[in-house]
Design a protein around this ligand. Structure first.
Ligand code: NAP
Length: 520
């Protein structure tokens, strides 16, 4: 029997309690670790973060916090191979691990660099200039951001055990708030390993990072008005967490990243033999197969002009036929399994729902050839492309199959495509592949109110493009409506979620002395 995961609380590793659930390797079904039902005393974990971690962090200036993050990113980079090895158990190929592990460490490095270059040598941030409030010039006001006094509670989804933690931790740390991380059970063993390496580094102040490897019991009940709560996961859980009486009753600052039916639109200007056609097909195949489609930003709806629908169907199917599915460590494997057998069951159910409106043009929900592993013991699925010729059908715009699944939707006019994109109810990202600048502008203004991020891809930016699905730390991540209505990343904008803005009024000289630009 494997050992049970521990939680890191009050600066020591602690056992949880209750039945420990086995966590199985996604590709082989072998037990990797067990996770206890309940963690150690969650109230004590939160109190220690607030009472010890918070003051220690707030005593550091922004550049000092940034320097710690820089050292941390360097330290974690030294353990990449160890993390990649364990990441295999989640079903991740090396390409998938680059998104989760390398991407997470890279995000810490970006916050370190931005903090060093763009933040003042201070502990407060200015928000705008001093505003005169009296005719005689003796009374004025200005807005300042101060670190909140609570803990930054961060609940993450199973598909990003490392990036999910680090992309929330880095801005919270820079803002002066201690993090209390709750990874999803299914892949928590990888988060636990990374936290062990962070703790061993000795780089963080005491109490700056806590880890709850267990169910969420007690976490929300013990929140206070100075805490923040950042959630990533399904829309259903987001709804329950958002409505929790303590979250509502104490006005806990809450942000959610949830499901998203992201779309990618092929422009009406594109010809089958033009470069943008190939870019569109490449990107769609990449988004369907990286992390076996288990990315909140993956393309779920592929909107293509009617005249190109058959050509795209053929080209994508041909490319998907060449993708080898199998054990993530096996040479030549292009796509590993989904994270668990339960997740495979879930994806199959959602594909059945999609098939009420769409037909399957590539793949088979119940059968897949697998390299280097057993197709049944591992949570393998074939990549599946569906096609729905009725843009008004509801399923493609409402059902999220969180796996290697995308639905091709032919459209007549750009207005039809824009309206269809909005039927996702709010998404994290849309991409438009077009070389026509006027068309691109039409799409951007039509899509923007429903999307957190828009990528315009053409042959001039493709070589440097970071891709449809990659949430870059410099860019906002989060979408309206169904996508959760939250915001993360976006460079230093992310700090404002962990800072409290106060309007301070008084005489102008005093206000100047409070400002970050004059803080000693
Ligand atoms: P989930 O079942 O909603 O779980 C997410 C997290 O919430 C887990 O840590 C889970 O803990 C915890 N949780 C469950 N019930 C809770 C409760 N009552 N109170 C507090 N926490 C609770 O989602 P998932 O299956 O892990 O993730 C898949 C979903 O996440 C997909 O729908 C995907 O679209 C979405 N996602 C969104 C983004 C984004 O950035 N927008 C990123 C990644 C994934 P346990 O694991 O212990 O139950």
């Amino acid at each position: 029997m494997t050992s049970a995961l521990q939680s890191y609380s009050q600066d020591c590793w602690q056992d949880g309690s209750g039945d420990a659930k086995p966590l199985l390797d996604a590709a082989t079904g072998a037990e990797v670790a067990r996770i206890p039902a309940r963690g150690p005393d969650v109230a004590a974990m939160l109190a220690y973060a607030r009472g010890t971690g918070g003051p220690a962090l707030r005593a550091l200036t922004f550049p000092e916090r940034a320097a710690t993050l820089k050292a941390l990113a360097k330290h974690l980079s030294g353990h990449l191979e160890e993390f990649a090895e364990l990441s295999l158990c989640t079903g991740a190929t090396r390409r998938d691990t680059a998104v989760d592990v390398d991407g997470g460490i890279g995000t810490v490095a970006v916050y370190a660099s931005k903090g060093a270059r763009e933040l003042p040598d201070a502990t407060v941030l200015d928000d705008g200039a001093t505003e005169p409030l009296g005719r005689g010039g003796t009374f004025a006001g200005r807005h300042l951001y101060f670190s909140r006094l609570g803990a930054a509670v961060q609940i993450n989804a199973f598909n990003f055990p490392v990036w999910g933690m680090l992309e929330k931790f880095a801005p919270a740390f820079l803002a002066g708030m201690p993090s209390v991380v709750k990874p999803a059970g299914q892949t928590a063993y990888l988060t636990e390993l990374v936290v062990r390496r962070i703790v061993e580094s000795g780089l963080l102040p005491r109490g700056a990072l806590s880890l709850l490897c267990a169910g969420p019991a007690g976490l929300l009940d013990n929140l206070t008005a100075q805490d923040t709560l950042a959630f990533t996961g399904s829309a259903t859980t987001a709804e329950a967490v958002r409505a929790h009486p303590v979250v509502v009753g104490r006005s806990v600052a809450f942000s959610a990243e949830a499901d998203s039916l992201n779309c990618s639109i092929l422009g009406t200007d594109v010809a089958v033999d033009g470069p943008e056609f190939g870019l569109y097909v490449d990107q769609l195949v990449t988004e369907m197969t990286v992390k076996a489609g288990q990315k909140c930003t993956a393309i779920r709806r592929a909107l293509v002009p009617e005249a190109l629908a058959d050509a795209v169907t053929g080209a994508v199917s041909a490319r998907l036929s060449a993708v080898v599915v199998g054990h993530p460590a096996e040479p030549g494997v292009g796509m590993g399994p989904v994270a668990s057998i339960a997740q495979r069951v879930e994806v199959r159910e959602r594909v059945r729902e999609l098939m009420m409106a769409a037909s399957l043009v590539h793949g088979n929900p119940s059968r897949v050839d697998v390299a280097g592993a057993d197709a049944e013991r591992g949570a393998f699925l074939s990549p599946m492309l569906l096609r729905c010729d009725d843009l008004t059908a509801s399923e493609p715009h409402e059902v999220e199959a969180f796996g290697p699944v995308s639905t091709l939707l032919p459209y007549r006019s750009p207005d039809d495509a824009i309206a269809a994109a909005g039927r996702g109810g709010g998404s994290l990202v849309a991409s438009v592949v077009t070389a026509d600048a006027d068309l691109a502008r039409t799409f951007v203004s039509g899509l923007a109110p429903w999307h957190g991020r828009i990528l315009i891809l053409d042959s001039t930016d493709a070589a440097e493009s970071t891709g449809h699905g990659v949430a870059m730390p410099q860019m906002k991540h989060g979408g309206p409506g169904r996508a959760g209505g939250g915001e993360e990343l976006g460079g230093l904008r992310a700090l404002t979620h962990y800072l409290h803005r106060t309007a301070v009024q008084g005489n102008p000289q005093l206000l100047e002395s409070l400002s970050a630009s004059t803080e000693e």
